[in-house]
Design a protein around this ligand. Structure first.
Ligand SMILES: [Zn+2]
Length: 437
């Protein structure tokens, strides 16, 4: 029998852009993205040249001195934040229907926390605490255990925000609640609902509160289970690790190999486990599409369509950037750069969010900028953000860009755009929300 939350889980496959196979003849890649007509690189003008610059409004944004642009993006982000708070909190009578970070109210709290980190506005932190408290109540009986879609996200974010607010009682409460989370034996391994989604919450706590808040010994049991499952589903001569979720062997960040390898790389692995992680990534690189994009699943190698964080090159690129850093291996960095080329050409999606939209795809360039320092990657991140700033609202108003089934949410809606705009303030400190630590 399927778990009670399957009603929520199956639609996620749909909203994450998996196209039903019977419709494949009617949907092409070109239907999914805007042709990227922006120049491959534009140098920034000096402040005094900026006002006299010719060209359309997008062209002017692309050549604007970075401090001016990031200020403009921040102002837009703070306006978006007000709208998002109003729509997801004020207008709902402060009731929580969906508590999750993915498409629910915790996503608003996560955005407020980022806003507080950037602006130091304590009102954002206070409202964030209040929202988490209501999410805590709403998620109390949830059996979902991950950061993005489960109880661990509420407790971990609650603890970190309590620490920033110097609220020791709440800090203890949320840490205590986190320790009560139980992982069932039939849990999947993937990021949105599975074991690595729980481990990510442990890493988030350790990053913000101290290395041993969740000791690696207590994560070890979960890691061993994941490795055991991955090896048992792998076939000889194929990937050393393989996983499935509801019968599909996904490759992407949300449900598949990329998300699982991404989190495993932050764990204390044994030497043979490290080799399996490297081997799995090399298997994916070797079997990517000729275009440089990646299949959504192990079985479906013929449809080169999805260029999303959830499925396809963007989510896998973030994992490859991390592999390059962790393993100090240029092969992974080159593969990440190849994937970023796909995102540049085919990732200007007709959707706004971070899961399967332009906002999320911009983080591929930010991630590569962080590890390489190459200004061309910062330009490309800036170009995707500028495209949204200049044209996003108009395209959404005309119905030419999808604003998401939950239009104010963090992962699908304008919440992700607001988060990206805030992150452009400190591009070297930018991280894909709830995925890059
Ligand atoms: Zn998605």
């Amino acid at each position: 029998m399927l778990p009670a939350l399957s009603r929520l889980r199956f639609p996620l496959i749909r909203i994450c852009g998996i196209v039903p196979r019977k419709k494949k003849h009617t949907i092409t890649m070109a239907d999914r993205f805007f042709p990227n007509e922006m120049p491959d690189f534009v140098a920034e003008k000096a402040a005094e040249e900026e006002e006299a610059a010719a060209g359309d409004s997008l062209g002017k944004l692309l050549s604007m001195p970075y401090p001016l642009l990031s200020e403009r993006l921040k102002r837009a982000a703070l306006d978006l934040k007000e709208t998002i708070v109003l729509e997801t909190w004020g207008m709902t009578g402060q009731r929580v229907r969906d508590f999750t970070l993915y498409c629910g109210t915790l996503g608003t709290a996560f955005l407020l926390f980022r806003s507080y980190q950037i602006t130091k506005n304590i009102n954002d932190l206070a409202l964030c605490s209040q929202i988490i408290k209501t999410c805590d109540f709403a998620s109390n009986s949830s059996r979902d255990v991950t950061f993005i879609c489960g109880r661990a996200g509420v407790c971990a974010l609650g603890a970190v925000v309590a620490k920033h607010a110097d609220d020791a009682d709440s800090l203890n409460y949320y840490l205590n609640q986190f320790q009560r989370i139980k992982l069932s034996r039939n849990l999947p391994d993937e990021l949105l609902y599975g074991r690595v989604g729980y481990l990510w919450a442990c890493l988030f706590l350790n990053k913000h509160l101290g290395e041993n808040i969740v000791p690696s010994s207590s994560m070890r049991e979960v890691v061993s289970e994941i490795i055991k499952n991955g090896r048992s589903l792998a076939r000889r001569g194929s990937s050393p690790l393989m996983f499935d979720w509801y019968g599909e062997k996904y490759w992407g960040a949300a449900h598949g190999l990329a998300g699982i390898m991404h989190v495993l790389m932050d764990m204390d692995l044994k030497a043979d486990e490290v080799e399996d992680v490297k081997g799995t990534l090399r298997y994916m690189i070797k079997n990517r599409f000729p275009s440089g994009n990646y299949p959504a699943t192990e079985e479906d190698r013929s449809r080169d369509i999805l260029v999303h964080w959830c499925h396809g090159a963007p989510g896998i690129a973030l994992t490859l950037v991390k592999a390059a850093k962790v393993f100090r291996d240029k092969e992974f960095l080159q593969a990440a750069a190849d994937a970023a080329e796909v995102v540049w050409k085919q990732g200007l999606l007709k959707r706004v969010g971070i899961c399967h939209g332009i906002s999320g795809n911009a983080y591929v360039f930010l991630s590569l900028y962080r590890v390489t320092g190459n200004p061309e990657y910062l330009y490309r991140a800036k170009a995707f953000a500028c495209f949204l700033l200049d044209r996003g609202h108009q395209l959404m108003a005309k119905g030419q860009m999808h604003r998401g089934d939950r239009p104010y949410s963090l992962f699908e809606g304008i919440g992700g755009m607001a988060y990206l705009f805030l992150d452009m303030e400190e591009p070297l400190g930018a991280h894909f929300p709830a995925y890059e630590l």
